[in-house]
Design a binder for this molecule. Structure first.
Ligand code: UD1
Ligand code: CA
Length: 473
């Protein structure tokens, strides 16, 4: 007889999330509240909030306290509700602040520390599944650590049944040797949770209200407490210090790089490839060592990004070449453009198809038209450069007179000789030629030739005469 698969459960209970983000994070020794420390392109807690969204929770309540306004601002783009925890009296106290908001809610609550950014969808789903399958009042994720220092230890009876959690500061020497730790990631039945939270008493050493204390309370009231053992402790790494932040980022970074490689991107040296979780890179793009791709940058297909480049919040089309040492910020680069080496694109540049911005060129808030070339040692600011323009080495758009910024327009097919100063506002007409070394302060008409430099004077034989005079002295 074929085995029939049991479909479980027919109707899933509703799910809300509570993310704890009110603590200062003293161990970071920072002026910035811990959960806002950036990691892989997001504030640390952003990873937790994104996970909640992917799990499809009905509401995410974020408990804030330290630097509440700053946290609200930093998380403004997330669809979460903020709950203020005025004084931070511990994690149980933090969750208690959500009681009014969750009044009448009958489903499950996923409770997550704001400082566990590496939790994966799969592990969170296992937590929910285990919780529901076991019909538990509470389920928590634990893991085994060779060095469990800093974490709450899991206490079990001789038969291995869960008894409770003891925080390190409160633990005996024997308890400290326990390697199974609490991850700070839980699922609770909402109604039971709040009833039990009211019974939590301040801890002996620190006088805080510890969330894990609700577990034995729920257990004693006859509820089942289930645990999920995470095989990979890296998924539940809690960040308390800068060293842990760096360690967690290292893990996250490799996840991102591996995802890129699976999608067809060549990362020549995964160990030194830094790509934000928000970035997208197309297939057959090659990323050389020591490249940073930040924010919501999009890089198309078949691009080559050479070593030492930083690209942030920018869009690159297909088959773009970025040679070594470029900085590209908030700009758009079209297909087959070539940048660098050592080009600096400041915000709001549009580099059109097949354009070339070469070495030691700085471009700001400007358009470089299709097929145009700015090959070396140039500053182009507040400018619109047309198509097939050539700008010689050492050219400067003088866009600033000490008071205001002014525009330079260079029309299609114009040729700007080397070492030219274009004093804005100024326009160079289509097909015009500007002689090398010119200082241009007036409009140049289309197809005109402009000289803006002193006339050259040659004196026949004068050099020899000078040398002869000197020799006599
Ligand atoms: C906590 C757990 C510990 C577990 C570890 C896993 C408690 C008492 N201990 O310890 O068992 O092994 O996480 O990483 O829960 N927070 C608030 N309000 C407060 C206090 C904390 O919102 O009043 C927030 C913090 O901002 C942080 C989270 O709760 O995001 C955890 O607090 P933290 O102080 O880091 O707890 P741990 O000592 O790491
Ligand atoms: Ca922590």
């Amino acid at each position: 007889m074929p085995r029939t698969k049991t479909i479980f459960p027919p109707v899933l209970p509703e799910l809300c999330a509570v993310v704890m983000a009110a603590g200062q994070g003293t161990r970071m020794r920072s002026d910035l509240v811990k959960v806002l420390h950036p990691m892989g392109g997001l504030p640390m807690v952003g990873h937790v909030l994104d996970l909640c969204a992917r799990l499809g929770v009905k509401r995410t309540l974020t408990v804030i306290g330290h630097q509440a306004e700053r946290v609200r601002e930093a998380l403004a783009t997330y669809s979460v509700e903020f709950i203020l925890q005025q004084d931070q009296r511990g994690t149980a106290h933090a969750v208690l602040q959500t009681e009014a908001a969750l009044q009448g809610f009958q489903g499950d609550v996923l409770v997550i520390n704001g400082d566990v950014p590496l939790l994966t969808d799969a592990l969170a789903e296992t937590l929910l599944h285990t919780h529901r399958k076991a019909g538990a009042q509470a389920t928590l994720i634990t893991t085994m650590l060779d060095n469990p220092a800093g974490y709450g230890r899991v206490l079990r009876d001789r038969r291995g049944s869960f008894k409770g959690i003891v925080e390190e500061v409160e633990a005996t020497a024997a308890q400290r040797r326990v390697k199974e730790i609490n991850s700070g990631i839980y699922c609770f039945n909402a109604r039971r949770l709040f009833a039990a939270l009211h019974q939590v008493r301040p801890s002996a050493v620190k006088g805080e209200l510890y969330l894990p204390e609700v577990l034995p309370i729920l257990g004693k009231a006859g509820g089942r407490i289930a645990t999920v053992l995470a095989d990979d402790p890296r998924e539940v790494l809690g960040i308390n210090t800068r060293a842990e932040l760096a360690e967690a980022y290292g893990i996250l970074r490799l996840r991102v790089v591996n995802r890129l490689m699976e999608a067809g991107v060549t990362c020549v040296d995964p160990a030194t490839t830094y790509v934000s979780v928000l970035a997208a890179v197309g297939r057959d793009t090659v990323i050389y060592p020591h490249v940073q791709v930040e924010g919501r940058t999009e890089i198309g297909e078949g691009c080559t990004i050479h070593s030492g480049c930083r690209i942030r919040e920018s869009r690159l089309g297909n088959r773009v070449t970025v040679l070594d040492g470029c900085v590209i910020r908030e700009s758009e680069i079209a297909d087959e453009a070539v940048l660098g080496p050592y080009a600096h694109l400041r915000p709001e540049c549009r580099i059109r198809r097949k354009a070339k911005v070469g070495n030691f060129v700085e471009v700001k808030k400007s358009v470089i038209g299709e097929g145009s070339k700015v090959p070396h040692l140039t500053y182009v600011g507040d400018s619109t450069v047309g198509e097939r323009v050539n700008i010689g080495a050492g050219t400067i758009t003088c866009n600033y007179d000490g008071f205001g910024k002014f525009q330079t327009v260079i029309e299609d097919e114009a040729f700007i000789g080397s070492n030219t100063s274009l004093v804005a506002p100024v326009r160079i007409g289509r097909g015009a030629i500007v002689a090398a070394g010119s200082t241009i302060t007036q409009e140049v008409a289309p197809d005109a030739l402009a000289f803006g430099r002193a006339q050259q004077v040659n004196k026949e034989g004068r050099a020899a005469a000078i040398r002869a005079a000197r020799a006599k002295k």
